[in-house]
Design a protein around this ligand. Structure first.
Ligand SMILES: *[C@@H]1O[C@H](CO)[C@@H](O)[C@H](O)[C@H]1NC(C)=O
Ligand SMILES: *[C@@H]1O[C@H](CO)[C@@H](O)[C@H](O)[C@H]1NC(C)=O
Ligand SMILES: *[C@@H]1O[C@H](CO)[C@@H](O)[C@H](O)[C@H]1NC(C)=O
Ligand SMILES: *[C@@H]1O[C@H](CO)[C@@H](O)[C@H](O)[C@H]1NC(C)=O
Length: 630
């Protein structure tokens, strides 16, 4: 909360919380209807087919609209005008229930015919959902938010996350006004009303713990009262609201629409027959159904989702062009698909790493770069993006101003970052591995991450790899809610899972491979956080630096809050253990510096690092001398 003075556009100096009366000259006029802005300084949009519906799938041509929030945007320089900005909403399972067959709400999973738990349990019963709005601006803007329930909009009831943004807030009648300074990086933030929080509790400390809830006696995992043995593992707004402010895009992100294929509104078919290189979804609603996705013809290199385009589908490139793009400020929504929709099996809920649907997929040529900018991916049913090809080592990604929302399902990863990738200014609501550092020469920065229950924030495991020159910098983790640690699938800020092929064996490492020059810098984790690291090393780790990491508080669940670094050996090389630091200066393999829990610094010197102390670092004794906390 920031109670600085606020000078409005009329030059009146207001204190935050000092409310101008109705009709006061400082008061901004609220537009009554869906009037949008298409100005040089501000662009907003609207869907005329908004459907407020918190329970069931929305009609094909409709867009789920927030039942809770209305948002208007104004510029700081025009005190009288606010413009509507459509507030989208996603509910867990998209109202489909836990089903097996697409578009068949009666095909409820029975534990036999759906291959895996979708990792949604109490969320529908407690009414959890995620709303978001997106607008473009070239100046300071004022975001005006009203609620449809009776809850308070007083700034004292609102926390904006990342909490270090400290945007000015002001009460304006039935609305809270948030001043959002212009930034070339845009802003991706959560507006959290403190009377609208859900405390996620687990059934207890056991490994197979699950969430419990005391709200709906007919819902999942109901308990009439909470016991002391049921710790709070995460706190989130029940009705989340994300605000995405983006600068207007530069020309490299806007294709020449004069030669584009303009997709007709409604049911989308025939994109495999298009001869143009650009496929343009103009403002409007499109759908492919739960049993189809957009397989593009080989001519198509660029998908443009205009602001106000809402496409219920998934995209698969077939072009062999070296320059593939997806841009615009529209939404690609997986809401019509079942969990892990398997394209080879009628899009049914049958997991396959290869053929379960990715929201973004390609089969590409050596040397391809995929540029993604501006778009929002909603409700992914599985890993959000994977490309395939003969040599992924030569594929690269340039991702910026990308948003993933409504990722309530468990196995919903962030995008892959192939060698040489640069990812920045990204928001992830994400179930599984959020930031995947499997390849070399990757820079990932300026990330806001809202993590649910599965996988770590950064993942670098699963396979034995040679990976070097990786930086993950400036990350704000605004929520996590881990139920358990579940080694060897570690949940931590930074982790490597054990081998995909042999999850239980610790003798599957490869001592001929190295992770080196790998830096995790300038992180903040708000609220209840998992351990700093959970490493099942499948290759040598030469040099790994954690620098300037602040964690508000470590999870009360012991195994979630405690870092682990296990010893793995290489059965092909005499069961030799992987080396930590043997190829780095002074054999210092793992360097943790300026690591804070709360306001206290963790260090060897302060003696507060071990698994029973503040830092809760539990590093196998085999590696003593090969790591430091300073
Ligand atoms: C505003 O809403 C009305 C009524 O729903 C609709 O007819 C109109 O098209 C909407 N305008 C915009 C800009 O969406
Ligand atoms: C799932 O299995 C149950 C029990 O075998 C069956 O009744 C149900 O019809 C199946 N659902 C689908 C969609 O096949
Ligand atoms: C390290 O990775 C960054 C980010 O991709 C890249 O710009 C830089 O050239 C790489 N350095 C080397 C030595 O390859
Ligand atoms: C990682 O940090 C080390 C130590 O500060 C530095 O020497 C190295 O250049 C950094 N590497 C990258 C990829 O940022």
């Amino acid at each position: 909360m920031h109670f600085a003075t606020f000078t409005n556009a009329l030059g009146l100096i207001l204190m935050a919380g000092n409310v101008p009366a109705q009709g006061h000259p400082g008061m901004r006029l609220k537009r009554a209807s869906n009037q949008t802005a298409d100005l040089s300084e501000l662009k907003t949009w609207w869907h005329s087919t908004g459907e407020i519906n918190t329970q069931t799938p929305v009609q094909n041509a409709n867009v789920r609209q927030s039942h809770m929030y209305s948002v208007q945007i104004g510029t700081a320089s025009d005190a009288t005008s606010f413009y509507d900005s459509f507030v989208y909403e996603t509910i867990p399972r998209n109202g489909n229930g836990n089903i097996f067959s697409p578009d068949d709400l009666s095909s409820v999973c029975d534990g036999q015919n759906c291959s895996e738990d979708d990792q949604i349990s109490i969320e529908p019963d407690i009414g959890a959902d995620m709303a978001w709005t997106q607008y473009l601006a070239s100046t300071t803007t004022i975001v005006r938010i009203t609620r449809s329930d009776d809850g308070s909009v007083d700034p004292s009831n609102v926390i904006i996350r990342p909490s270090n943004l400290q945007f000015d807030m002001q009460l304006d009648g039935d609305a809270v006004l948030i001043t959002v300074p212009y930034s070339d990086d845009g802003h991706r933030f959560s507006v959290e009303f403190q009377d609208n929080l859900w405390e996620y509790r687990t059934s207890g400390p056991e490994t197979n713990a699950h969430y419990v809830q005391n709200k709906d006696p007919n819902g999942a995992n109901y308990v009439s009262s909470y016991e002391d043995t049921m710790p709070i593992v995460g706190v989130e707004p029940t009705n989340a609201l994300m605000i995405f402010m983006s600068p207007f895009p530069s020309s490299e992100y806007i294709p020449d629409l004069s030669t584009a294929y303009h997709v007709p509104f409604g049911l989308v078919t025939g994109l495999d027959q298009v001869t143009e290189s650009v496929v343009h979804f103009g403002p409007g609603v499109y759908w492919l159904t739960g049993s189809a996705h957009a397989i593009l013809s080989s001519s198509v290199t660029w998908i443009y989702l205009a602001p106000g385009a809402y496409v219920k589908g998934a995209i698969q490139y077939e072009s062999q062009s070296l320059d593939l793009r997806a841009t615009g400020f529209g939404v690609l929504s997986g809401e019509q698909y079942v969990y892990q929709a398997n394209t080879a099996e009628g899009y049914k809920n049958i997991k396959s790493d290869d053929t379960s649907l990715k929201m973004w997929r390609g089969h590409s040529a050596v040397g391809t770069k995929w540029t993604v900018h501006g778009v929002t991916t909603n409700a992914p049913p599985f890993n959000s993006m994977d490309f395939y090809g003969s040599d992924l080592g030569s594929f690269t990604v340039d991702a910026s101003d990308y948003k993933q929302v409504g990722a309530f399902f468990g196995q919903t990863d962030g995008i892959q970052m192939y060698p040489g990738s640069h990812a920045r200014n990204i928001f992830y609501h994400v179930g599984d591995d959020a930031i995947k550092t499997y390849y070399s020469n990757v820079l990932c920065e300026k990330m806001v991450v809202w993590k649910t229950n599965n996988g770590p924030i950064v993942q670098f495991g699963w396979y034995q790899r040679d990976t070097k020159n990786v930086t993950v910098d400036a990350v704000d983790v605004i929520h996590t809610r881990y139920v358990s640690q579940q080694v060897p699938w570690p949940r931590a800020l930074v982790a490597s899972a054990a081998s995909y092929e042999s999850e239980t064996s610790t003798s599957v490492a490869d001592i001929t491979k190295h992770l080196s020059n790998y830096n995790i810098t300038n992180w903040r984790c708000e609220g209840i956080c998992p351990a700093l690291l959970g490493i099942n090393p499948l290759q040598n780790i030469d040099e790994m630096v954690f620098s300037n990491i602040w964690v508000e508080t470590l999870s009360p669940a012991f195994e979630v809050g405690t870092s682990t670094f296990r010893v793995f050996t290489d059965s092909n090389n005499g069961d030799q253990a992987i080396a930590l630091g043997d190829n780095s200066p002074d054999n210092l393999g793992l360097i943790i510096e300026d690591f804070y829990v709360g306001s206290e610094k963790v260090s060897f010197e302060a003696g507060n690092w071990d698994s029973t102390s503040l830092g809760r670092l539990n590093i196998d004794g085999h590696y003593s001398g090969r790591w430091t906390v300073r």
